[in-house]
Design a protein around this ligand. Structure first.
Ligand code: PAF
Length: 284
């Protein structure tokens, strides 16, 4: 695996691969890679000839008071993970390389509606930061396909929308969430949890699963289902941020007639905000 730090080197390496007739895949990350990220790279390596991964902790998508400074940075281990997973090129730019003129005047990409509500409500500007950096990476690499985890369900919807709306010729693939044996979705932020909080954390996915099972059994009183599991989460020690049932494609609040649903949750354990979701397609 080669590693480059500048856009110029990145473009040159990708151009070489393209001139050899290779199809290009991109896996954008913020580093601190776990087996969920490795699965994205492995998937890309199965689909294309040349896999580019990026590691960039993007300041533009963090709000004031969020965890930008303490976000875990584990660069040496990440490189090893990428090599094992089959990555060909790592792009690891500095903030100055990505935003040479600073961030205040940076052109932004915003995806209205899909970015509102859910994580967008508690993290104002977050999805604009994500859409902007992902658009920049897409323009730098010009990949044939790009792969993202379904754990960030709203983020994936935002990225699909920007690719569609800006007519980018990039196939977007969403990969299933990788979970620990006890059901907890793998996330870089799990590392913030104390041993006691880590023991509580799987309750989030258990609540999603309870709601999903009830819906599959015909329950359509969504407010009651959500209120009950919200109570369960609070009793377990969580402070729920949101727990919602939405239409899986549009992310609008689900009605009893919808068949393609996603149950989404964000909840705090102490200062750590965990997110997770469960896709329930009643026609599948
Ligand atoms: O999901 C992430 O790790 C980030 O939001 C992404 C897509 C790499 C953009 O910074």
């Amino acid at each position: 695996m080669n590693m480059v730090r500048t856009v110029r080197e990145l473009r040159a390496a990708v151009a070489r691969a393209r001139s050899e007739g290779k199809r290009i895949g991109l896996v954008p990350t913020m580093g601190n890679l776990h087996s969920g990220h490795a699965a994205l790279v492995t998937k890309a390596a199965q689909r294309v000839d040349f896999v580019v991964a990026s590691i960039f902790v993007n300041p533009l998508q963090f709000g004031a008071g969020e965890d930008l400074d303490k976000y875990p940075r584990t660069f040496a281990a990440d490189q090893e993970t990428l090599v094992q997973a089959g990555c060909h090129l790592l792009f690891a730019p500095t903030v100055e390389e990505m935003y040479p003129d600073g961030m205040a005047g940076q052109t932004r990409v915003s995806v209205p509606q899909l970015s509102e509500g859910l994580c967008g409500a508690s993290r104002p500007g977050h999805f604009e930061g994500v859409a902007t950096v992902v658009s920049k990476l897409f323009n730098m690499v010009q990949p044939d396909l790009a792969i993202f985890g379904q754990k960030d369900f709203q983020q994936l919807a935002v990225i699909r929308a920007l690719v569609h709306d800006l007519n980018l010729p990039i196939q977007i693939i969403g990969e299933p969430t990788v979970r620990a044996e006890d059901g907890l979705a793998l996330s870089s932020r799990n590392g913030y949890l104390s041993a006691e909080q880590r023991a509580i954390a799987p309750a989030l996915y258990r609540s999603l699963s309870q709601i999903g099972a009830a819906i599959e059994q015909g329950e359509r009183d969504y407010p009651a289902l959500l209120a009950e599991q919200s109570r369960v989460l609070q009793a377990a020690g969580f402070r729920p941020d949101y727990l919602e049932i939405r239409h899986a494609l549009t992310l609008r609040p689900a009605t009893g007639e919808d068949r393609d649903l996603v149950i989404l949750a964000a909840a705090y354990l102490g200062a750590t905000r965990l997110i997770d979701n469960l896709h329930v397609n009643l026609d599948a």
